[in-house]
Ligand binder design. Structure first.
Ligand code: ADQ
Length: 487
């Protein structure tokens, strides 16, 4: 695929796909970073033997200038298949992680970009460290990147990186993809540093979004606040008013990998065990990073309402929620965990009988095959984000249903709802709506389930991660040609 490119592909994200940690016996080990970005990108970068730049999970004792040592994943002992890729680890201090990552990225930006004003705090000292860390990334990249390479920055942690890179070398090829929503101008303009972010985005050759609405929001911001300005070649201060090439490209999954895994003998065996363990009741499944944007509380309240309004359904189904621990250093996430623990306890306490509990809640990351067994054993997936750039879980559920059966209940506010039109769409802010969709899903006749699932599978199959990446490469090629024609 990447043979089409004339230079090397350098992927940049906050974290590397694996980070250094200790196992239960205290022995150092590499663990896979959680979340959708790694799920989507790691197989591609492995396939093309690319270079990945990101934080390695190590806390530096003392701050020092950017190190730039490229290592190969297999040499570092990172688990994987025959294919390999290169890593450029960036080490950060504990204070940098606290301010740049926990505070500014995961509190200020994540909250605001997902339309949660009340969760997004403004803290000037975190902004300063966010700037510093973005510059550190740019310096490390500049030590290994050439003008022919494609520097592809991913996500909101590194919104200022394009500016610092462009200041170092005006000829770099810089591309950016935003995995989360881009907010409306009314929301964006509340950020005291919006101007700096726009100046940095103006330094990109291309800017990709998950959904037409997010691109429209960005264009609305540019219309009202003006496009950002690239740094002047000599002074480094913002000068030229420029717009990057913007495009929409909804991210997807490796359909074949999920489909094939669901057909493996040991996964099918595990699926049967899960169905038996669930006493052959209907299984409703939720799989999320534990994040307030994912609407986990809302789905629990939807289950409660369902049992309150339809008592005859007690003992007929079980709701399994798998929640992967996430951002535990951020106060809002610790408080969410507490709320969910309490809600699960309250609902189970209210409806459980001696032999049946309505909710099974697992706060853990499950291995890949086990996840696919869960997806394929589930009759209904309940995915209710209050706002989500895309949401890969719903696509993973669909791809794992090689039996062409199953119902997807999906929030209107997930980017994925644009493609998965044969889901039951819900407004997750309305508990009544979630409850109604669950009633409909539980009662849906087999033929209708099959028809809808087949259409959704066809959609995910024909718009898989390879199609997404192919479009990214076409954008790189297109902007390069455009650039040349302007010289
Ligand atoms: P995320 O917010 O992390 O991604 P999502 O797209 O749903 O959200 O991906 C979550 C990933 O974590 C999935 O691959 C899922 O399988 C995995 N996962 C969740 N819970 C798990 C568990 N308990 N055990 C094992 N795995 C689990 C961000 C954006 C999204 C966007 C992606 C990709 O917020 O909107 O879809 O990037 O662009």
């Amino acid at each position: 695929m990447a043979k089409r490119l004339s230079g090397r592909l350098i992927v940049v994200s906050n974290r590397l796909p694996y980070y250094k940690d200790a196992d239960s016996a205290g022995k150092p080990t590499w663990k896979r970073s959680p979340g959708g970005l790694v799920t989507a990108l790691e197989p591609i970068i492995r396939e093309i033997n690319g270079l990945w730049v990101g934080w390695d999970g190590v806390f530096l004792k003392h701050d020092h200038s950017a190190k730039s040592e490229i290592r190969s994943a297999s040499h570092l002992g990172i688990p994987g298949t025959r294919k390999d890729y290169k890593l450029l680890p960036i080490s950060l201090t504990r204070k940098e992680i606290e301010k740049y990552y926990s505070q500014f990225s995961n509190n200020t930006l994540w909250g605001l970009f997902h339309y949660f004003f009340e969760k997004s705090s403004i803290d000037y000292s975190s902004w300063e460290i966010y700037k510093k860390v973005n510059e550190k990334f740019a310096l490390s990249i500049s030590k290994v990147a050439g003008e022919k390479d494609y520097i592809w920055i991913n996500d909101f942690h590194l919104l200022l990186c394009p500016f610092f890179l462009r200041r170092i070398n005006p000829k770099y090829k810089i591309h950016f993809y935003l995995h989360i929503p881009f907010p409306h101008v009314d929301i964006f303009s509340t950020l005291p540093w919006g101007r700096e972010l726009l100046d940095s985005l103006a330094c990109c050759d291309s800017l990709g979004f998950q959904h037409p609405q997010y691109m429209k929001n960005y264009q609305g911001v540019v219309q009202e606040l003006g496009a950002g300005r690239k740094p002047d070649r000599l002074s480094g201060k913002p000068a030229e008013d420029t717009k990057p090439f913007t495009y929409v490209n909804p991210i997807s999954i490796d359909f074949d990998k999920f489909d094939k895994t669901s057909r493996k003998v040991r996964v099918k065996k595990r699926k049967k065990e899960l169905i038996k363990q669930n006493n052959y009741l209907k299984m409703i499944l939720g799989v999320d990073r534990l994040d307030y944007s994912k609407g986990i509380k809302q789905k629990l309240l939807g289950i409660e309402k369902l049992l309150d309004t339809c008592p005859e359904l007690a003992g007929e189904f079980c709701f399994y929620q798998l929640a992967i621990p996430s951002r535990e250093s951020v106060a809002a996430y610790r408080s969410l965990k507490k709320d969910i623990d309490e809600l699960v306890g309250r609902i189970n306490g209210k409806f459980s009988t001696g032999t049946w509990h309505p909710i099974q809640y697992m706060y853990t990351s499950v291995p890949f095959d086990e996840l696919i067994a869960f997806y394929s054993a589930a009759d209904i997936a309940l995915i209710t984000p209050l706002r989500d750039g895309m949401n890969l879980v719903c696509k993973e559920f669909v791809a794992s249903h090689s039996d062409n059966d199953g119902v997807l209940v999906l929030s209107r506010f997930a980017g994925a709802s644009m493609d998965l039109k044969n889901s039951l769409a819900v407004n997750p802010y309305s508990i009544e709506d979630i409850c109604k969709a669950l009633r409909e899903a539980l009662a849906m006749p087999g033929a209708e389930r099959k028809r809808k699932m087949e259409r959704m599978r066809e959609n995910v199959r024909t718009n898989d991660i390879n199609v997404w990446f192919d479009k990214i490469l076409s954008v790189f090629e297109y902007t390069e040609k455009e650039g040349e024609s302007h010289v």
